[in-house]
Ligand binder design. Sequence first.
Ligand SMILES: NC(=O)c1ccc[n+]([C@@H]2O[C@H](COP(=O)([O-])OP(=O)(O)OC[C@H]3O[C@@H](n4cnc5c(N)ncnc54)[C@H](OP(=O)(O)O)[C@@H]3O)[C@@H](O)[C@H]2O)c1
Length: 351
Amino acid sequence: MARPGRDPYLAGVSLSVDRLAAAAQRALDLAWAKAGATAPNPPVGCVLLGGDGQVLAEAAHERAGSAHAEAAAIAMCRAAGSLDLARAAVVTLEPCSHVGRTPPCADALLATGIKLILIGAPDPHPRAPGQGFEMLQDAGLRVLPFSALDHPAAGRLARSAARLIEPFASAVIRGRPFVTLKTALTSKGSMVPPSGQKTFTSEMSLAHAHTLRRRADAILTGSGCILADDPAFTVRRVPDHPAKRRILAILDRRRRVPDAYFADARARGLEPRRYAGLEAALKDLGAAGALEVLVEAGPTLRRAVLKSGVWDEEVIFQQAISPGAADETRMVRRDGAAPFDDFAHYNLELA
Ligand SMILES: NC(=O)c1ccc[n+]([C@@H]2O[C@H](COP(=O)([O-])OP(=O)(O)OC[C@H]3O[C@@H](n4cnc5c(N)ncnc54)[C@H](OP(=O)(O)O)[C@@H]3O)[C@@H](O)[C@H]2O)c1
């Protein structure tokens, strides 16, 4: 495949690979900032560039029902009177080719003077595999994945785009949300806090954990955790998405969690639901449109989730042995793949 930096046609519009890589990073930043806000739609970011690589517009899909990222960026350009200058669209996800709640983005892009589309990840939805890609290519546009950029960051950009879309892919392909476990361990490896304490990890780890909560559409916990800690399960240490309402899935076969806890959780903006089993909970959360579920439970439910095989990723915060030293953060994936651990970049910006 021709590399954009060496391609005479692209050189004709003076788009340097550095500019394209920077636009891809920006589109990813915009999209990651909306992870947790868009369900049942995926988070998507888009940057439109002029022929000299100047940024004309940048946008993200804000929430279900609002404009797709490409349509929003095109509308911004149109409003600014700069749409005629647009030559490249850099988008984290393959533009849609179907009519949904909004018209197809591939059509909207074709109606502009854009000649190059750089795409982070293919649309995983089984309804139209590769159609957006083909539609744009058949119309004579150059369509390239982030991985084809002849740039040192190409691999990382492509991995970020692939990981960004995983929760949506899980929802549309497997019919269940992406499941992330968040586990805090003492320096001795126990999940149980020292007596009289609810938490024991550093401020930084706690803020990081809240970024995982912010990203989730639902939190899944066990009765043991609630009875021991009376946890709030709200996003407090980083700004939350405006008006976000998360489901709080409580596994509580013996119905030990009191009604008062449910009422208090509702008052905190959560939607608590009681379940008798893990499978039923995930099925219901999938039906509710949740893309990502964060498991925040004690050791009993954590073990059950790990054993069941219905988890995808675990983020472990382990308290440092020497006081004042930084906690250790580890990420593990069930499929054994190397985790995309550049979340620090997004997490720490929010914290
Ligand atoms: N370090 C951490 O990351 C962390 C996080 C949260 C809590 N904690 C600590 O964990 C301790 C509580 O531990 P825990 O193990 O009792 O809490 P848990 O794992 O949150 O809750 C366990 C309970 O969940 C219910 N449950 C329902 N379905 C289940 C299933 N399929 N498999 C397993 N359990 C299911 C069971 O009660 P039923 O049989 O009635 O359904 C079980 O007793 C507290 O000390 C708390 O501070 C630590």
